[in-house]
Design a protein around this ligand. Structure first.
Ligand code: 13P
Length: 252
């Protein structure tokens, strides 16, 4: 039985003062929520603060990106090992904003995934199609290509323990959520790709949905058979909303 997993992706938001309120609110709000995994993925400079606030709680923390290299002369980059130093359990890999705005190709994403996995981090691998791709009927091909690039780098065994986040690009930050049926169809497709090679892996792998998840629509999304929680952007910046989404996951 897969446990539901809700992760916040704060993106480039926050300050020490704002984060303190948010983290305190999330810790207090989630104290009574059982049977759901929760985590926040924060900007690099706030990893220490997240670690300080969340260690000793059941809430995990992580980063939103990492370098595709292990170490070396890569000014401005942050390695998987550095994330481990700050107690990170998770790292988002291949978010569509990284792919679209920072030119991360499937190959770069696969390298990042490889080093995250090798360092013992849980990669949250983001896949998803653009609006144009959906409208031209190639959603499954796009998602399959994004997954295959990672499998090519780490093998099927390298997906064990990872989290996959299906995030249709057209639903991110737009307020336009995929319907539960649309999301379920892609989640089922992803799981079927895993099942072809490894039934146990397919059943164990947590597949989150991301894209305008709110407290108001979380329960119906998480109620679908292959949707195992969510990767939450905007709504993760408000403790009450994030906690309400985790509660919806608990109930579904
Ligand atoms: P929103 O929840 O703001 O649409 O963002 C989703 C997302 O990109 C999470 O990674």
């Amino acid at each position: 039985m897969r446990e539901k997993f809700v992760a916040g992706n704060w993106k480039m938001h926050g300050s020490l003062a704002e984060n303190k309120l948010l983290l305190d609110g999330v810790v207090a709000g989630l104290a009574a929520v059982r049977g759901v995994k929760a985590a926040v993925c924060v900007p690099y400079p706030y990893l220490f603060q997240a670690q300080h606030s969340l260690q000793g709680t059941s809430i995990g923390w992580g980063a939103q990106n990492l370098s595709e290299h292990v170490k070396g002369a890569y000014t401005g980059e942050v390695s998987a090992g550095m994330l481990k130093d700050f107690g990170c359990r998770y790292v988002i890999v291949g978010h569509s904003e990284r792919r679209a705005l920072y030119g991360e190709t499937d190959e770069v994403v696969a390298h990042k995934y490889k080093w995250a996995h090798a360092a013992g981090l849980v990669p949250i691998l983001c896949v998803g199609e653009s609006l144009a791709e959906r409208e031209s009927g190639v959603t499954e091909q796009v998602v399959a290509r994004q997954l295959d690039a990672v499998v090519h780098a780490v093998g099927m065994a390298g997906l064990k323990g990872a989290v996959i986040a299906y995030e249709p690009v057209w639903a991110i930050g737009t307020g336009k959520t995929a319907t539960p049926e649309q999301a379920q169809a892609v989640h089922a497709f992803i799981r079927s790709r895993l099942r072809v090679v490894d039934t146990a892996l397919a059943e164990e792998t947590v597949i989150q949905y991301g894209g305008s998840v709110k407290a108001a629509n979380a329960a119906e999304l998480f109620g679908m058979p292959d949707i195992d929680g969510g990767l939450i952007g905007g709504a993760s910046l408000h403790a009450d909303d994030f906690v309400a989404i985790c509660r919806a996951a608990q109930a579904s």
